[in-house]
Ligand binder design. Structure first.
Ligand SMILES: *Cc1c(COP(=O)(O)O)cnc(C)c1O
Length: 295
């Protein structure tokens, strides 16, 4: 087994709005799992790494943008569990704190144009065709094994909730939560908040990841604030107020949009009085490093 002990409690957040609306909101603190193998990135890496180990693969090859939480998590997990790591980075050569950390953890970086970056399998097979050691991990950790790891969040919960929320990039985390909820046969409504524009594609990804019944899943397509890594002053103000009131750090790329959505739906009375809500804090706080100038 390739694992480590971590701490991810469920904590209640008490805010005047939630109290007024008679709703109890809890956060699953996956942000506390590890500072760099953060949140859902550990959930997604766990089973692929076990698989890589079983197949005697010693080199993890993966993909990400220049601020990718997934690249950083893979670099650090590689260092922790004794794999070499190689990251294809999308776009022009740049330096930033996240990529520096990746290199400190021993990851070899290779920048590729946006055009070449698109076909990950082709990149992998052209660079590692002759390697017996290389193990492919998709961008963002996307995949079936990854979804399985995310489903384990649900097994850890103390009780069931009426609503459960997570942020969506590839949709793998949402798929995992759906699988977990389905396994326990909870009547929970699962809410996904795509942080990309045009997040309707998440439904197809859910299907590909084995989530057949999507009747209990709602996607909130209007909370992307302009698209991936885009922000608006309203989002920044929300993050500042939320952090001041709760002590929870959130960032503008994923969890800021997630908690904003929860707040907004509650304020609009779209969640019934008396409900319990669980929000998955999927970590990714290094996202703050690339967005500090917006605060
Ligand atoms: C990567 C990431 C996500 C997106 O997860 P998917 O499984 O790709 O949908 C959500 N939140 C944070 C903090 C992330 O780093």
């Amino acid at each position: 087994m390739l694992d480590f002990d971590f701490y991810s409690p469920e904590e209640e957040i008490v805010l005047p709005l939630y109290e007024e609306c008679g709703i109890r909101v809890f956060v699953k603190r996956d942000d506390l799992i590890h500072p760099y193998i953060s949140g859902n990135k550990w959930r997604k890496l766990k089973h692929p790494l076990e698989h890589a180990r079983k197949e005697n693969k010693s080199l993890l090859v993966t993909f990400g943008g220049a601020w990718s939480n997934h690249l950083l998590a893979t670099a650090c997990a590689g260092a922790k569990f004794g794999f070499r790591t190689y990251g294809f980075v999308r776009g022009d050569v740049v330096e930033n704190p996240v990529l520096k950390l990746c290199q400190l953890f021993g990851m070899e970086l290779h920048f590729v144009s946006r055009e070449y970056y698109r076909d990950k399998k082709a990149l992998f097979y052209t660079h590692f065709a002759n390697s017996k050691d290389a193990y492919f991990i998709d961008e963002g950790g996307y995949g079936l094994l990854a979804a399985q790891g995310c489903s384990e969040v649900i097994n850890e919960l103390n009780g069931r909730y009426d609503h459960c929320f997570c942020a969506c990039g590839t949709g793998t985390t949402l798929a995992g939560l759906a699988i977990g909820i389905n396994n326990r046969q909870w009547p929970t409504t699962l809410h996904g908040v795509p942080i990309l524009k045009g997040g309707g594609f998440i439904r197809d990804e859910l299907t590909k990841l084995g989530v057949v019944n999507q009747a209990q899943i709602r996607l909130h397509l209007d909370y992307h604030f302009g698209g991936y890594a885009k922000t608006k002053p309203e989002l920044i103000e929300f993050i500042k107020a939320f952090t001041r009131q709760t002590s929870l750090l959130i960032e503008p790329i994923y969890t800021g949009k997630l908690f904003y959505t929860v707040h907004h739906l509650i304020a609009q009375k779209q969640i019934a009085r008396g409900s319990t809500v669980l929000v998955l804090h999927s970590g990714g706080l290094t996202g703050l490093l690339g967005t500090l100038n917006r605060f």
